[in-house]
Design a protein around this ligand. Sequence first.
Ligand code: ATP
Ligand code: MG
Length: 557
Amino acid sequence: MTEQKKSLNFIEQIIEEDLKNDYKKEDLKFRFPPEPNGYLHIGHASSINLNFGLGLKYNAPVNLRFDDTNPIKEEQEYVDSIKRDVEWLGFKWEKECYASDYFQQLYDWAVKFIKDGNAYVDSQTSDEIAQQKGTPTEPGKESPYRNRSVEENLELFAAMKNGETKEKAHVLRAKIDMAAGNMLMRDPVMYRTLHQTHHRTKDAWKIYPMYDWAHGESDFIESISHSFCTLEFLPHRELYNWFLEKIKEPGDFLPKQREFARRNLSHTVVSKRKLAQLVEKNIVESWDDPRMPTISGLRRRGYTPQSIRKFAESIGVGKRENMIDMAHLEFCAREDLNKTAPRVMGVLNPLKVVITNYEQEEEWLEAENNPEDESAGSRKLPFSKEIYIEQEDFREEANRKFFRLKLGKEVRLKNAYIIKANDCVKDDDGNVIEVHCTYDPKSKSGSDFEEAKRKVKGTLHWVSIKHALPVQINNYDRLFNVEDPTADKEKEYLEFVNPDSLNVTTGYVEPSLQNAKVLDRFQFQRIGYFCVDKKSSAEKLVFNKTVGLRDSWAKKK
Ligand code: ATP
Ligand code: MG
């Protein structure tokens, strides 16, 4: 095996095999086929990355196809959000397609099926049809309507289409084999009657094709070479091929359905239907709530497109379902933001520090924007007599391993001076509310002060109180309390929702953030990454905490 071969995933191996046999590179064409019944989530990112990634790798077109065959659940809002999200991830589709654009062609083919004796109208209820399905070990029973004449079938089917029959009174079924080992081949339903308005075709159609009778056909119409879907569709492959064999003309090239494993993420759910419930029940604010595992939620939370693509890339495609730990997604965010996010100072749990020997009104100190990126430059940071530090960075007494501020000891204030704590003021309950310090004017950062000679181990972030901007901080925790909220079949997944997944506080940030724009991302030094929320305004800045600097979920030493 060559080096290159080894690194191919199994999907790429399938394509390479096909290229060796009967496919030409120009034949390759892929699609990403979302149903517009919700917003895209992190699971979709895997499928998007797979299909569009193959497009880039083989220089092949990729269609964005909306699988819009169910007017009850589908909406234009979802179509728009899906387009926005795929674009934001940085991918370009060849054509924007809709299964609904093929309704006439699908209908014409269905008429041909009836004429060829391959489909019939069944007038039983869905319950009756289900009862006749049989079990994997017992054959099903044939419908009493199975042998209707072609004429009667054609007449009824046309009446269904025009809305002249009652909703749900009839379905069109493929006539295959009620004893087939694969239950999906037991005369599957091709069309149902629904007197519903479709978001695109409006009231033109009163019958709607089922997924199986639309997906492969859409692939065929678009000349897709490889149709990748998740593993649950493996048993559908036989039916996919059965339909295609019946519609193809001699010489036609058929798309191949191949399956890969769904990706699941811990402490959340990746199913549009389940996510929709969180929105409907107001457990979260919206589809793009920063706690949601949706692409739009992750964007609002502060994730970059690169970090999501890197995540999808790193977990790869597999043949077995597995659960990816949320910590891995967070790791990808941290890695990317570390390179790109400007560093700033923000204090989340403020403790007032008075520098008793500081006599100047204020001064503006030089601060580097990103040590990982020299081109990011520097900015000016105001310093004054009264500053905030984090409450947890001060203790009256502490052991030798506590390198932060304690009485009688020194710390460095990032980009500023070394200070020493001399005294503190307490409230009636004994809580420290103010620390009195002195600073060493010679110790200014960036000066030729000989730092090494002073044993100052800790460096703290801080903000000047009179210059600081009070801002809203949205702190997030896991949306669910357990790794897999759907694992316990006795319980509703909603029972595992974490009631404390959002905690709103006030923080204080340096004034350079005054002009921060929605979606700007920052590293609050020593704390984590934060992103400006869309509800932010000039009067009130709102930050979403993307992720902490370290994995706060890993065991603390
Ligand atoms: P959901 O249950 O969230 O609605 P779905 O599979 O019904 O998922 P579609 O809109 O039909 O959603 O999905 C579009 C494509 O994304 C399909 O090819 C589907 O297989 C793939 N996909 C959906 N969820 C995942 C996932 N968790 N991991 C990998 N691929 C996924
Ligand atoms: Mg689906």
